[in-house]
Design a protein around this ligand. Structure first.
Ligand SMILES: [Zn+2]
Length: 147
């Protein structure tokens, strides 16, 4: 098994544990221990993800009425916005391309991390969209990459 996929299994299990804890006691906040754990895994990226969530306390999500798939929208600098899938480690941003894919110096970019945190802490405003609207959002996610 390649190293990168092993790491993501560990990361996924950390998120799942936190998610279970949040759902079981209803406190929509990370404990100090959880923040330390996440920080040891993500370092500065965690800080940047928290900065996004400070600026935008709730994130918009778009869920497909037909199959329940969800896209999370994160506003970036210069009025750009990034759309990511809550449980898939992919983002069209440059940091993801350079630091996650090429250099492998980060496990996730701040957008994917912020999206995951917002989902876990229920800091989202969901919009139901049709299949066509969902596909349009999905397509624009890849078009913006080149723009
Ligand atoms: Zn990103």
């Amino acid at each position: 098994m390649p190293k990168s996929s092993k790491i993501s299994i560990v990361v996924e299990s950390i998120f799942c544990r936190i998610e279970e804890r949040v759902n079981s006691n209803g406190s929509k906040q990370f404990t100090d221990e959880e923040i330390l754990t996440l920080h040891s895994v993500f370092g500065a990226t965690l800080q940047r993800a928290f900065e996004i969530l400070e600026k935008y306390p709730t994130l918009e999500t778009y869920s497909n009425c037909n199959n329940g798939r969800v896209l999370v929208e994160i506003k970036g600098e210069n009025d750009r916005c990034y759309r990511v899938f809550p449980r898939i480690n992919f983002c069209p941003c440059l940091a993801f391309k350079h630091q996650v894919i090429e250099k492998k110096s980060q496990l996730m970019c701040k957008h994917v991390l912020a999206a995951r945190i917002a989902m876990i802490l229920d800091r989202i405003v969901d919009h139901k969209v049709t299949q066509d609207q969902y596909l349009m959002l999905l397509r624009s996610m890849f078009e913006e990459q080149n723009g």
